[in-house]
Design a protein around this ligand. Structure first.
Ligand code: AMP
Ligand code: TRP
Length: 337
């Protein structure tokens, strides 16, 4: 840690190790994380405990956790400047999650739209963990005295609960938790589905709707060519009426820094085939180096292991201090690290 006058603000974000991380995750999250690493004190947690709220294949889950960590590193995040770790390896998450459960009302959790969506999707397994997902997320955030939480719009309701719980706890026990604020990145295009461009590109949707960070160039070209656009071949930015082409333009702009006008001037009238190939080229030129780095890092098991151990130790030492305070306030006996 640097010896600044004012301590750096702390950022915490969690990402689920399920499915393939997408171009949307890269443009909307990972790329921005890299830009924050000098200005803020950042923790990025691979939230494996959240992942098991829906049934997972154990071998797959283990692989997915490591893959997610390797992608974080491959996209340039420095594991010394940032704490990158698996949520379940800091057991204080589960511990604080339980304590916060005891301060959360059934009504609050029943109102969560993600719970409603997920229970509709997994009607045969509406478990208590799925219900309490938002309190575990609140625990993630509050454990580290987090100032800022980078999140997408779908997570706003959960962050609101984390704020309510922090305030509720503080009102009873005095100032214990920092009340976190959402962090909206300065640049952060919302990448939409290639097949249904009015919906966000999501790793839990079918394969042809997203570009995975690890997709090979031929696949990227193929998916891009099949992306839904209009039939008039005009390249103009109008997300309301022409969501498909506008999405491809946003991707192009996010990756090359070109403005929408520049893109229109360069590609309008040349046919969507030409433009789609150009967008595919832009995506490939950004993802290829990340994939090379990913291959190198994934082959180096000892390195990955060392990042994992270092991350969990640093995370635990912060979480431990918070729990000492929380346990004392609530009336629980102290624990040794
Ligand atoms: P998720 O994949 O929903 O777990 O989201 C992980 C992070 O990636 C969050 O910060 C999201 O806001 C961001 N993200 C996910 N999908 C997109 C997208 N299609 N466009 C932009 N950002 C996204
Ligand atoms: N629920 C978040 C999502 O689905 C992931 C998450 C878990 C998270 N814990 C968090 C995000 C804490 C921010 C802060 O995207």
């Amino acid at each position: 840690m640097e010896n600044n006058q004012t301590p750096k603000k702390r950022i915490f974000s969690g990402i689920q190790p399920t499915g393939n991380l997408t171009l949307g995750n890269y443009i909307g999250a990972l790329r921005n994380f890299k830009l924050l690493e000098n200005e803020y004190d950042c923790l990025y947690s691979i939230v494996d405990l959240h992942a098991i709220t829906v049934r997972q294949n154990p071998a797959e889950l283990r692989k997915a956790c490591l893959r997610t960590m390797a992608i974080f590193l491959a996209s340039g995040l420095d594991p010394e400047k940032n704490i990158i770790y698996f949520q379940s390896q800091a057991p204080q998450h589960a511990e604080l999650g339980w304590i916060l459960d005891c301060f959360t009302y059934m009504g609050e959790l029943s109102r969560m739209t993600q719970f409603k969506d997920k229970s509709a999707k997994h009607a045969d397994n509406i478990n208590c963990g799925l219900f309490a997902y938002p309190t575990l997320m609140a625990a993630d955030i509050l454990l580290y005295m987090t100032d800022l939480v980078p999140i997408g719009a779908d997570q706003k309701q959960h962050l609101e609960l984390a704020r309510d719980l922090a305030q509720r706890f503080n009102a009873i026990y005095g100032d214990v938790f920092v009340v976190p604020e959402p962090y909206i990145p300065k640049v952060g295009a919302r990448v939409m589905s290639l097949q249904e461009p009015t919906r966000k590109m999501s790793k839990s949707d079918p394969e042809d709707t997203y570009i995975a960070i690890l997709d090979k160039p031929e696949i990227i070209r193929k998916k891009m060519r099949r992306a839904v656009t209009d039939s008039d071949n005009m390249v103009r930015f109008d997300p309301e009426n022409h969501a498909g082409i506008s999405n491809l333009m946003s991707i192009m702009s996010a990756l090359t820094g070109k403005t929408m006008d520049e893109i229109t001037n360069e590609y309008d009238g040349r046919g969507y085939g030409v433009f789609k190939d150009a967008v595919a080229d832009a995506v490939i030129s950004v993802l290829e180096p990340i994939q090379k780095e990913y291959d190198r890092i994934s082959a180096d098991k000892a390195y990955l292991e060392s990042v994992m151990v270092d991350g969990r130790e640093r995370a635990q030492s912060i979480a431990y201090r918070t729990m000492l305070k929380v346990r004392k306030k609530v009336g629980l006996a102290p624990m040794k690290l």
